[in-house]
Structure formats: C-alpha cells, structure tokens
Design a protein around this ligand. Structure first.
Ligand code: NAI
Length: 278
C-alpha cells in the first residue's frame, strides 16, 4: 500500500520518534554541581566497611566527615585520606545517642554550608537466640542500627532539600531481608532500615534526593573475624563466588550509589553478597 508520507516526511517522523526514545536529560541538579566540594558524612568510619567507604569517597573527590566513637582510629583514617591528597575531618560521636548524632549532622552542614551525602554505616551485633535475648540487647542494637540512622536521615534531609541534591546510603544486611537465627534484634533493625529508606525515597525523590540500602552478605571485618572457621567454611559453601566479600566490595557499591550516575536509582536494596541470597 502506498504510504501517506513522502520519503522526506518519513525520515523526519522517524527521527522524531528516535528523539522521543532518547533517554531524558538528567534532572537539573540544583545550585552547585561541583562534585569536588561535595560533603559526605560516613558513620562507623574508624574501621571495616565504613573506613573503606570513607577512603573511597575521598578518593572520588568528596570531603569526608568520618564519624565513630574512637577518636584515635578516626584520626588515622583522616591522616590516610589527607596523605593520599584527599580531604577529610574526624568527628567522634556515640551513635547510641541519636540526638548527639543529629546535632553533629547540623554542625557539619552549617560549618560547610552544605551536606550532600550521608552514609549510615555504623552498626553493632548482640547476637542470641530469641528465648535468651534481653530487652537491653534488643534496645541497644535498635538504637545504634536504626534509631541513629533515622535521626541522621531526618537531620540530613533538611540540608539536602536546601541543596536540591542528596544521596542517603544506609548500610543494611542480608539479615534484614531473610532474617537470621540468633539475630532477632539485628535483623529487625536492618529490616527497619529498609522500610525507613524506601519511605525516604518516596518522600524526597522529586527533590533530587535518593535513598538506597546496601545489604552486604559476609564481609571480612572485625564483625565477622570472630566467627569460628567452621562457620566461615560452611558459609562459603553457600556463596557462589566462593569467598567472603571485602570492605572495598561495599565501598565500590557505595561510590556508585552516591554518585550522579545513580540519579535514577532510589528506594533500592543493593545486595552485595557474592550471590549468597539470590
Ligand atoms: P565493624 O564492627 O568492623 O565496624 C563498625 C563501625 O561502627 C566501627 O567504626 C565502630 O566504631 C562503629 N560503631 C559501632 N557502634 C557505634 C556507636 N555506638 N557509635 C559510633 N560508632 C559506632 O563492622 P563492619 O563489618 O565494618 O560493619 C559495617 C556495617 O555493615 C554495619 O552496619 C553492619 O551491620 C553491616 N554489615 C556488615 C557485615 C559483615 O559481614 N561485616 C554483613 C552485613 C552488614
């Protein structure tokens, strides 16, 4: 059948369709897109996963505010960052005190006039079977792993809204997805982190702020070093890549999810577990 369009017209319409199918330009990013000066708070940055995240974000040009209780260990992290040409500062804080952490977020934002990235990574375990788990162990884990995360997100989001750009990265755990015998408190807190993060993603998505969870599997840090070798060997049998992860495996995920490249990724739970829970 004869086409109703001339060849020229067909070409023009074809290219209009192709234009429509092109990915949208990224949303405007707000005031200052100079990533060199982005300020990132990383909790639990004195060692393990948090330290690796702090080093990586600094290497990517962020100014890192390293938070944990141990001022001496934080000073070493800051020294390592500055020796490598990065920019960082240490702020000692006990995250069991959520109000103190919220105040720290306020102080950092007002000192720098901005807050772009918040990585709630600090976490603790107080494992035990539910029949023997004390109220205190339940509350302590909820307080450090979930309540401080909430307080930090609430405080940070005000400043991110002002900057019209923000990345909230909450470190959860595969235990928060699947549960884990002996970790009722920890799994409840990490599941709470997922619900909290998805809610923030819904509330702030239209404002240039994303919120995501990274859910590690077994990662070699002080937290897992104490596991008996037999438990580690058994776990590795269920990990398709046949090894524990490294803190750098999580830092790489964090670098991506806190970058401009991840502006269309929000409310996501990024499982980094070598395939263990697929
Ligand atoms: P880690 O025990 O090596 O380091 C924890 C960090 O949190 C330290 O810097 C510590 O000082 C800080 N911290 C703990 N309690 C604090 C408090 N009250 N106030 C301030 N800072 C506090 O732990 P790791 O392995 O580096 O874990 C980091 C995150 O990753 C945690 O949220 C943990 O639940 C999560 N995770 C770790 C896994 C692993 O296999 N290592 C697996 C799944 C999740």
């Amino acid at each position: 059948m004869e086409s109703e369009y001339s060849d020229g017209e067909r070409t023009r319409r074809g290219s209009e369709v192709a234009d429509t199918l092109k990915p949208c330009a990224p949303a405007p990013r707000g005031k200052d897109p100079d990533i060199e000066r982005r300020v990132a708070i990383v909790t639990g940055a004195s060692r393990g996963i948090g330290k690796a995240i702090a080093l990586r974000l600094a290497r990517d040009g962020r100014h890192v505010v390293a938070v944990a209780r141990n001022a001496g260990a934080l000073a070493d992290v800051v020294a390592a960052i500055t020796a490598a040409g990065g920019s960082a500062e240490a702020r000692a804080c006990d995250l069991a005190d959520a109000a103190a952490f919220a105040q720290l977020v306020e102080d950092v934002a007002s000192a720098h006039g901005r807050l772009d990235i918040l990585v709630n990574n600090a976490g603790i375990t107080r494992d035990g079977l539910i029949l023997r788990m004390s109220d205190e162990d339940f509350d302590t884990v909820l307080s450090v792993n979930l309540r401080s995360c909430f307080a930090g997100c609430r405080a940070a989001s005000r400043h991110m809204l002002r900057g019209k750009w923000g990345r909230i990265v909450n470190v959860g755990s595969v235990s928060g997805i699947s549960g884990n015998a002996g970790q009722a408190n920890y799994a409840a807190a990490k599941a709470g982190v997922i619900g909290l993060t998805k809610t923030i993603a819904q509330e702030l998505g239209s404002k240039g702020i994303t919120a995501n969870v990274i859910a590690p599997g077994f990662i070699s840090t002080d937290m897992t070093d104490g596991l008996p070798q037999i438990v580690k060997d058994k776990a590795i049998e269920h990990i398709p890549v046949r090894r524990f992860g490294t803190p750098d495996d999580i830092a790489s995920a964090c670098a991506y999810i806190s970058s401009d490249e991840a502006s269309y990724v929000t409310g996501h739970v990024l499982v980094v577990d070598g395939g263990m829970t697929m």
